[in-house]
Structure formats: C-alpha cells, structure tokens
Design a protein around this ligand. Structure first.
Ligand SMILES: [Zn+2]
Length: 143
C-alpha cells in the first residue's frame, strides 16, 4: 500500500482539486448527491475504504452512535477516545476518492438529527481492487 499524506493549506492546486466532487463540493464538507450516488453505484465502480475523523460541537449521545450502526448499514460511527472527536468509516463505491469521501461525509449531512455541526479534521481513503485482494493505493488528507 502506498500512501500519500496531503496537508491542508499547503496543497498544490492540482492536488487539492482532486478532493472536490463533480458537484463542486469540497469532499471534507460532504455532498448529499454523492451520498445518494454511492448508494446507487453499480458493482463495477471502484470500492474505497474510508475513514473520516471529525469534531462535533456537541457530544453525540451513545444512543445516536448506535442508531447510525443500526440504520446506516454500510457505515460505522465511533468515538475513538478524545471527547467530541468521532470516526466515521465504511466502504463506498465511487469513481474517485473525492466522490467517495464527499459521499461518506454526505451521510452526515443526510443525518442532521445525529450530527448538527461538524468539522472534518482528517480523511483517509484506500482504494480496494474490485476483486477484494486488498488495498492498492491510499491517500489521506489532513484538513
Ligand atoms: Zn457531489
């Protein structure tokens, strides 16, 4: 697995551009359209294994975290250890990493009853081969 660390604020424009989805939304801010698209993506679309760390203004009740596990299906929402820092992870099918991340963060936008205000602090995206033989490339972004 090769992995590139990209640091926000010092990104060359070309590198930053890949983290904007086709609907011109920043991947870190999420895109509901990409979220909807990811639900409908066919089996030919690449699979991205994603992890997004974000901070929430208010603590999320444990019940809300469990609710995401139950209804989100494809995604998991966890609180690693630090208060107000959460980890959203899951597999998303999308043509590009930016679309996949925008779709995963779009899940938060579509679930405002769980998270009303959030700031994404780190993104990790690993591209899996369709055959599932493991990660072939990874990108992570500190925002
Ligand atoms: Zn989008």
């Amino acid at each position: 697995m090769s992995e590139a660390k990209l640091t926000g604020g010092r990104l060359p424009a070309a590198a930053a551009a890949q983290w904007v989805c086709p609907h011109e939304k920043s991947a870190a801010q999420g895109c509901v359209t990409c979220y909807d698209d990811s639900s409908a993506a066919g089996p030919a679309a690449p699979v991205w294994e994603l992890a997004v760390w974000f901070t929430s203004e208010r603590p999320m009740p444990i019940a809300a975290l469990k609710d995401v596990r139950r209804h989100g299906g494809r995604f998991a929402l966890d609180q690693p250890s630090t208060p107000l820092v959460y980890l959203l992870s899951g597999q998303v099918r999308a043509a590009t990493a930016a679309q996949a991340v925008a779709g995963l963060v779009g899940f938060l936008l579509a679930n405002r009853h769980v998270v009303d205000a959030f700031v994404v602090t780190e993104i990790r995206a690993v591209h899996r081969t369709v055959g599932g033989s493991g990660p072939i490339a990874g990108q992570s972004l500190m925002v």
